[in-house]
Structures are given as C-alpha cells and as structure tokens.
Design a protein around this ligand. Sequence first.
Ligand code: SF4
Length: 322
Amino acid sequence: MIDRAFSMENLGGQCIINLCGSGETLLPPEMPSIIRSLLNAGHIVMVVTNGTLRDRFDEILGFPGDLLARLFFKFSFHYAELKERHLLESFTNIVRGVKKTGCSFTVELTPDDSYLPFRDEILKESAERFGAPCHVTVVRDERSKDLPLMTKLNYGQFVEAWQGFKSDLFAFKWSIFARRRKEFCYAGDWSLNVDLASGNYYQCNKGLRLGNIYKDDTVRFRPIGNNCELPYCFNGHAYLCFGVIPELITPDYVSMRNRICSDGTEWLSETIGDAFRSRLYDNNEIRGLLRRLVANVENTMLRSRIYARMKKLWRKHENRNT
Ligand code: SF4
C-alpha cells in the first residue's frame, strides 16, 4: 500500500517526507520497513525520534549506503530525562552511530523551564557529545487554542534565557511566533499532511481533508490560500523555510538543522544539504491572481456548514438509491 501511495508517480516527483509519531515515532515495529520503502521510492526521509530504541537504529543503519544518504534524523534532546534514566551515553552513541553511517541529523532541545538551571551544562555537554551545541525550539502550549508560549517567563526573559545557544532554529521560530499568516499559502498544493495509519491527507496541520492516499486513484491537491486557520505557523521552520509562501523571505531549512562541528564536519550530508536548500517555489507553478482567487472561493465554500450539510444529504440520497 505504501509503495503505490508514496510512489514518485503518484506524488508528482521526489518529496521530503517527515515522519513524526504522536509518541516515539520508531516505536511501531514496522517503522524500519516503512522508512525503507519511502527511501526505495526515491524520497528524502526525515524521522523525528527521542533516540532511545537501539534495536530500531541497528536495523535502519544496516540499510544500503545510497538509502542512508537520503535519511535524516531529528533527535529530540530530553536532557534531564536521559540523565535521570542513565541513557545519556546510549543516546550519544546512537547519534554518533548515525553520523558514522553517513546519515544526517540534528539535535534539538525543547526549552522547558525546568531546564533553566542546566543551560550551561546542556550547552557544554551537547558541544562535547555532538561536536556542536544543540538547536533550541520554541515550545507551545497546545492546551489553549491560541497556542501560547509554554513558560512562566515573560517574552524578554524567555529569549534572554535561550539565545545563548545561538540557534538559527530558535531565532526563526521566535520571529514567526504568534504571527497569524495572511499571505497566500500553497500548503495543500505543494505540501500535504498525511495520516499514515488511515491514509487521510489534509492541506496542513489544520485545513480541509483532501482525500485518502491509499484509496484515491490520484492525489488531490488544493492550496489553502489565504485561509490558514492556525493562530501562527508553528511548523514554519519547515513549511515557510521550504517556501510554501513564496513572497516571504526566510532562511533555508539547512540553517534550521545544520551545525558545523569543532572538527569541521557537519551534521548534514551534502545530499541532504542540497535537498534542504531547495525551495518549493523553484519546482512548482505559482498561480496567477485569478487562480488564487478561485482557490480561495473554493476553500471558503468547502469549509462552509451549508456545503457540509448538502454533502450529508446527498450521501443519504445515494444510500437510499443503492
Ligand atoms: S500553518 Fe503555515 S504552512 Fe500551514 S497553512 Fe498556515 S501558513 Fe501555511
């Protein structure tokens, strides 16, 4: 099912596919074979992981070198938990093993307030263990629909606390934090959010369901346009840096993920670096004013309650006639 659904033919070319579970991504035993299928199809694959499941890495790192060159891991660095559970050495060895096999990686810290007393320690440890300081993200509180900052610090104190890591990821995410995007966004056309389990795919983290990748004959694309429903683009370090909003000038995705180590080596391979420098607007068609207007009207119509009710009635009518 995965092979056909995610073939280059079905998706319209090579994609950068980010795999992220609602818990640890590599927990399901079938993950290595899914990753291999996506790599075999010719895509660039990114895996978000906490770097604790040694067996999964042993299996994945045994893939042929040409596949590993297109594989990237985002290691979430849960420093305090790793230290407390005596897993810091194992985590470090997994990161180093990934680097040795030619895969690319990044190490990212979630700046929880409880880490504040350990900032200098984390900075030093990550530089020693991974060759460069970890990147830092901006953490949101998903319990509120406005997705506020998850901290007891005020904005100034928060930035002051974490800017010492000199992370471009942190700087960019902070620059787009709490800013609703009003430009025309091509999410849904140039990028999709796919639920791997059900096959349902959506325009973005929020937005219309466009279809089911396992059932549809061809993938349906429909840009979200000026209808972004989120209070801000919390994954904009990926979406925006890859260019879903062409008029927005942003750094590239390389700067969100790479670090140059003290020995001159880098966290990203040349292959992944080239892919992460690419912009979607260089390889996809930019719509004229009229087609953007049509996309906006269609989106508004498809999201309306009247349309949903009409669809329901039509389904009822069809069921009655079958
Ligand atoms: S969240 Fe970002 S990528 Fe998604 S629709 Fe909104 S602006 Fe576009």
